[in-house]
Design a protein around this ligand. Structure first.
Ligand code: C2O
Length: 527
């Protein structure tokens, strides 16, 4: 294995889009930021220097961080932020991982502009379990606000009203007519490494006249399947093979949001171009029908087609015996608020607990036995107030708290994540730090504890780090708690995270020295 060193300089940069210019926070002046390249088992060392007037942290989304929880990055969970003028070295190993992931800022809404790709190639000499592509391309989806993104969320926090929706979607940082162009040659195969780095939107992706073969999601190989539409929640990644089957021509690529609910929707389509070599200027553009914003069947159909590869080289190791069987309701509601415009404030919760960010880092507090006054370990394994999860409006008031759910080292966990309809049901792309999980089941309506488990897939469930819990439905996940630390679990729609749809698991140390979290690095920032 090799050491891969990167320098991440956090700097402001003026960017013009949609005819207006604003300064944004970037890494090394780039939007999207630099791509991190490595191979499986490599050691990655990123030297971060903060040259902006914001506190910053970086999260390596989907990197398991085996015994390197100090480098995971969510602010106040595993580290205090790197303050203006400060530095921090992220140091982790890509143990047993290969594929496409993303990194992003993990404090407030900075990830809107601070994100980039992680490409992990297989070990030298190890082939892909699919035909070798002619070449590989990275495609990053983003969202763009004309106004300052931090102002957008701060305003919303103060007013109690939902934040303004973005003004555009971007593909590789570009919008509209000056968009991104993917150049291809007839007859060749391309591996597209696709990343949804949008802040608040699950997205469909299409290329007119073309199909994709999906081979990997969230850096886990899948059984290949063909589709004309990809579906990615924010934080999710998909590797798909595109075969350039056409003679010269221009084909439209589109990303469009999925939202099958009644709350304010963002229906801005982002576009880019697939252009064949030798296309003449007279050849016109082929476009295709974009999925309607409420195309539930396309979104669910895509997730249903995902199966882990489960081959001799890449076996699927689903926990069969479960130590912790948890039931989490997730949803958005309102609480009274005297200083807010309508007298109420939007709030989101898991099991009726809306998570309050601490002001010091939880992992440090845990490691030095100073968690008192920072967090408690009484996060409920079932909702505090039972109710009909898909019924009418109820349970509008939630409790606040900074609570973790404690897991013994190497214990196995099943979580039924049940979407609720406190305000309106909504799809929630839910993300776990520190481990992948297996998606063993999903369904619409209320989870049925007697019948639904009989239908669980314990043979080849897809392995992911982020899963969409369907609107007014549920998803069942399983994982093994073999990574000591404090691991954030939250909706990856940033607006829901801001409202409190988050919690953390505390995984205890094991007995032997290679089952314990090592001491923190000496440059770990202080709060
Ligand atoms: Cu991609 Cu906790 O985030």
């Amino acid at each position: 294995a090799n050491i891969r060193r990167y320098k991440f300089n956090v700097v402001m940069k003026n960017i013009t889009k949609l005819c207006s210019t604003k300064p944004i926070v970037t890494i090394n002046g780039k939007f999207p930021g630099p791509t991190l390249y490595a191979r499986e088992d490599d050691n990655v060392i990123v030297n971060l220097t903060n040259n902006v007037n914001y506190n910053v942290t970086i999260h390596w989304h989907g990197v398991k961080q085996l015994r390197t929880g100090w480098s995971d990055g969510p602010a106040y969970i595993t580290q205090c932020p790197v303050q203006p003028g400060g530095t921090f070295v992220y140091n982790f190993t890509l143990t047993g991982q290969r594929g496409t992931l993303l990194w992003h800022a993990h404090i407030s809404w900075l990830r809107a502009t601070v994100h980039g790709a992680i490409v992990i190639l297989p070990k030298r000499g190890v082939p892909y379990p699919f035909p070798r592509p002619h070449t590989e391309k990275i495609i990053v989806f983003g969202e763009w606000w004309k106004s300052d993104v931090e102002a957008v969320i701060n305003q919303s926090t103060q007013s109690g009203l939902p934040p303004n929706i973005s003004d555009a979607h971007t593909i590789n940082g570009l919008t509209g007519r000056s968009g991104y162009t993917l150049h291809v040659k007839t007859g060749k195969k391309y591996l597209l490494r696709i990343i949804n780095a949008a802040v608040n939107d699950e997205l469909f992706f299409k290329i007119a006249g073309h199909n994709f073969t999906v081979v990997e999601v969230d850096a886990s190989y899948t059984k290949p399947f063909n589709t004309d539409t990809l579906f990615l929640g924010p934080g999710q990644t998909t590797n798909a093979i595109l075969t350039a089957t056409h003679p010269p021509g221009n084909f439209l690529m589109t990303i469009s949001p999925f939202m099958d609910t009644v709350v304010p929707v963002n229906n801005a389509t982002g576009t880019a171009l697939l252009r064949y070599k030798d296309t003449t200027t007279t050849q016109s553009l082929t476009s295709s029908k974009i999925p309607p914003i409420n195309a539930t069947s396309i979104a669910l159909g895509f997730s249903d087609s995902l199966r882990s590869l489960n081959s001799p080289d890449y076996p699927t190791k689903v926990p069969l015996k479960i130590d912790h069987s948890l039931f989490f309701t997730i949803g958005v509601g309102v609480n009274p608020c005297t200083t807010c415009i309508n007298g109420t404030k939007t709030i989101a919760d898991i099991n009726n607990v809306s998570f309050v960010m601490p002001t010091v880092a939880m992992l440090q507090a845990h490691y030095f036995n100073k968690s008192e006054g920072v967090f408690t370990d009484d996060f409920p394994g079932r909702p505090l107030t039972p109710f009909n999860y898909t019924g009418g409006l109820n349970n509008l008031r939630t409790k606040k708290g900074t609570k973790v759910y404690r897991l013994e080292f190497n214990s196995t966990v099943q979580v039924i994540i049940q979407g609720t309809s406190v305000i309106a049901p909504e799809s929630h792309p839910t993300h776990l730090h520190g481990s992948n999980f297996f998606v063993v089941g999903k369904g619409l309506g209320n989870f049925d504890p007697l019948e639904d488990p009989k239908k669980f897939n314990l043979i080849d469930p897809v392995e992911r780090n982020t899963v969409s819990v369907p609107t007014a439905g549920w998803t069942a996940i399983r994982f093994r708690a073999d990574n000591p630390g404090v691991w954030f679990f939250h909706c990856h729609l940033e607006v829901h995270t801001s409202w409190g749809l988050k919690m953390a698991f505390l995984v205890e140390d094991g007995k032997s020295s290679n089952e314990k979290l090592p001491p923190p690095p000496s440059d770990l920032p202080i709060c």
